[in-house]
Each structure stands twice: as structure tokens, then as C-alpha cells.
Design a protein around this ligand. Structure first.
Ligand code: G3P
Length: 232
């Protein structure tokens, strides 16, 4: 691959660097279709709470999402290694775009290690410390998901954790992407990109805010109004 400077394909204008991946944090297929049509969506993260909220069949939901994005996280609900292995293997058999989401526990670490050896891709959920991030990456996770909003909720510094994890990641060559999860507002997304996080997952209500700016609306109205006065 030809070299790409940050954000600018200097030597090869046809190489398309899309920067930080944007995922939708949802179990709603219509939301995935809508945002995927913008050309900016790289994946989806689901979790049992989001699936409960939508109330639809889990497998059908995951398979429908796999038609629109190359990465869909499906979370195991077993808490022991044997159960995670069984559930994860089943999920992975559904579609090549499925990433098995595994909780950050010692049983989860065993499962991450096993899935890596089998070529089943994983996302580690419920990461709240740099030590947990390090262990999950070492065990073989393809993605780790630190939950920044939930840390902020209890008075800790969620984005500070991302900065710490990215600093560790810069020292090594982990084949493991850092996914900023539990985002609460657009500033979280911009800050995640500033820190060089690989992926950010975003709830639908926040994703819809990202393209908006009042000056864009005001400016467009003026352009359209002035165009009416242009002699054709
Ligand atoms: O998908 C996991 C994560 O993003 C959950 O976010 O808002 O429930 O803390 P939240």
C-alpha cells in the first residue's frame, strides 16, 4: 500500500483513508439503513439492553444489519467459558460480518483467546480500566470497548482513559482496535478522533446531531434566496 499522510492521500489520490471508523450503537435496523445511506457507517454495536428495547428477534436483527455494514457486534450472555464458546461459535456461524462481543471477565479472557485461535473475531465489552484493556488485547481481542460515558457518570474521566489506552497502544503493535463506547454527546466523538481512537460507537440520537450546524442552515437559506434573484 502506498503511504498516506494523516487525512491526505499525498502520493496516491485514489487511496481513500476514511480515518476513525464510526459505528452505530443500536439494535434498530431502520436506523442502520438510514445512517448507512449517508456513506459514513462502518459498523454496529448491539448489546442485550439495546435488543430488549427494540423487542425483535436477535438473530434476524443481526443478519439484517450484516447486509448494511461489515462489522456487527453480537454479545454473548453466557458467563462461563464453555457457554461463551458455544454461543460465540453459533453467532459467528450466522454471517462473516459478526464480531462476538465478550464481557471483560477472566472467563471472557479465556473465550477471547480461544476465539482468536479459531479466527473468530471479537469485541471486548465493559472495559473500564487500562489494565483491562491491556489484558483483553493480550488475550487476543480484535476490538476493545472502553465505556467512557459510564465513567463520567460516576465522576471519573472517561476520555482520560482513552488517552491512557492510546498511549499504551502507541508503544506496541497490537492487532486490536480501540472502540470508544458509551458516548453521550458529539464532543465525545470529536475528542475520540483527536486522540486517534480507531472506532467510535454512537447512539442514533447523537449520530443525527453530527451533520447539523445552525450556520449551515442559515447559509443555505440565503444561497437559495439569492439564487431566486439570479437572471436565467
Ligand atoms: O454498546 C455499549 C455502550 O455503548 C453502552 O452505552 O449509554 O449504555 O453507557 P451506555
Amino acid at each position: 500500500m502506498l503511504p498516506i499522510s494523516r487525512g491526505v492521500a499525498r502520493y496516491a489520490p485514489t487511496v481513500y483513508d476514511r480515518g476513525m471508523k464510526l459505528f452505530l450503537d443500536t439494535a434498530n435496523v431502520d436506523q442502520v439503513k438510514e445512517v448507512a445511506a449517508w456513506g459514513v457507517l462502518d459498523g454496529v454495536t448491539t448489546n442485550p439492553s439495546l435488543v430488549l428495547k427494540e423487542g425483535h428477534d436477535f438473530k434476524k436483527t443481526v443478519l439484517a444489519m450484516c447486509k448494511h455494514v461489515p462489522c456487527v457486534s453480537a454479545q454473548v450472555t453466557a458467563t462461563d467459558f464453555a457457554g461463551m464458546k458455544k454461543q460465540g461459535e453459533e453467532y459467528a456461524s450466522w454471517h462473516k460480518n459478526v464480531y462476538v462481543k465478550v464481557p471483560m471477565t477472566t472467563e471472557g479472557l479465556k473465550a477471547l483467546h480461544y476465539f482468536r485461535s479459531k479466527g473468530i473475531r471479537t469485541n471486548t465489552t465493559l472495559i473500564f480500566s487500562a489494565a483491562q484493556a491491556l489484558l483483553a488485547a493480550k488475550a487476543g481481542a480484535n476490538i476493545i470497548s472502553p465505556f467512557i460515558g459510564r465513567l463520567d457518570d460516576i465522576g471519573e474521566d472517561g476520555m482520560g482513559l482513552i488517552a491512557e489506552i492510546m498511549e499504551i497502544w502507541h508503544q506496541y503493535d497490537f492487532d486490536c482496535e480501540v472502540l470508544v463506547a458509551s458516548t453521550r454527546h458529539p464532543v465525545h466523538i470529536v475528542k475520540a478522533a483527536t486522540l486517534g481512537a480507531h472506532i467510535c460507537t454512537i447512539p442514533y440520537e447523537i449520530f443525527k446531531k453530527l451533520p447539523l450546524h445552525p450556520l449551515t442552515d442559515i447559509g443555505l437559506q440565503k444561497f437559495l434566496k439569492d439564487w431566486q434573484g439570479v437572471k436565467k
